[in-house]
Design a protein around this ligand. Structure first.
Ligand code: SF4
Length: 291
């Protein structure tokens, strides 16, 4: 049986609608990226987050790097990244990431991290070292940094502004009412404040929201209005998929038509760029979100 047929059968078993079926990763570029990621001991959110677009992105020679290890101090109900006591900070990580960006000839690098609430600086120094290292080793590469909320510590957020990546994202993940059940250690208002602070610091800002967790259309529109109020530039909306049975269940499969409707509403409300579709993830085709 072909690899596509096996994938198709698996998706049908899981009850996913046809618009969420994706091809299994394959191809030369995919293998090259996998080899580089493993030989440089890197972590990618593509793998840790079970991203459905991994085949497409890796096949196109791009990957989203996850820094500060692969163990998070938080335990968001949707997230496939492991929770626990993280290992000590690896100060050689920025150089390794930068060398890989160069080797992979990445034109636009997306960097994210686990949350490190255990660290005094929230991990902000490794963050800035990574941006600086990529710039030094691969000066033509543009960057998007998908940052945590740093527990609302704006001195730490300021460190990111000081190194001025081309795009700075911080994900809201869900609507206001569901924030507590979806990401227990976060706060909806705090995330809005981080986005506002970034915008006032001159950054191009971006956020992502997952749909299918039980939110209503009114709540999605309310979230979009809140994001307009903090001057958001780029919004991504995608379907939540349950990584394992232990994670939050999928309550709805939002149709492609509904995603298209949200896109129109977001643009009408004044968000400059809205990427909305079942398979959209915050880092997917991120190069399009540059100015
Ligand atoms: S903070 Fe980020 S990496 Fe950590 S559990 Fe939540 S979504 Fe996953």
């Amino acid at each position: 049986m072909s690899i596509d047929k096996i994938a198709d059968k698996k998706e049908k078993r899981q009850g996913k609608p046809k618009w969420l079926r994706v091809k299994l990763p394959t191809g030369q570029n995919y293998k090259k990226v996998r080899k580089l990621v493993s030989s440089h001991k890197l972590h990618t959110i593509c793998e840790s987050g079970n991203c459905p677009n991994m085949g497409e992105c890796w096949g196109a020679g791009t990957a989203t790097f996850m820094i500060l290890g692969n163990i998070c101090t938080r335990s968001c109900g949707f997230c496939a990244v492991s929770t626990g006591k993280p290992l000590a900070v690896d100060w050689s990580e920025p150089e390794r990431v930068a060398r890989s960006v160069k080797l992979m000839e990445v034109k636009h690098a997306v960097v994210t991290s686990v949350d490190r609430d255990d660290l005094k600086d929230g991990g902000s120094i490794i963050w800035t070292d990574t941006v600086k290292a990529i710039r030094r080793v691969s000066p033509s590469t543009t960057m998007e940094t998908l940052i945590p909320d740093f527990k609302g510590n704006m001195d730490q957020v300021q460190r990111i502004i000081d190194v001025a990546p081309e795009v700075v994202s911080h994900n809201m993940e869900t609507v206001k009412r569901l924030t507590r059940s979806v990401r227990i250690q976060a706060r909806y208002e705090r995330s809005l404040e981080v986005l506002k602070y970034l915008k006032e610091g001159g950054m191009r800002t971006k956020t992502g929201i997952m749909l299918g967790l039980g939110e209503t259309e009114e709540e999605v529109i309310e979230a979009m209005k809140d994001l307009v109020d903090v001057g958001l530039d780029v919004l991504t909306l995608g379907q939540y998929l349950q990584p394992t049975p232990k994670h939050l269940p999928v309550l709805d499969f939002v149709t492609p038509e509904q995603f298209a409707k949200y896109k129109v509403i977001g643009l009408e409300l004044g968000i400059q760029y809205v990427e909305s579709g079942p398979l959209v993830r915050s880092s997917y085709k991120a190069e399009k979100h540059l100015k």
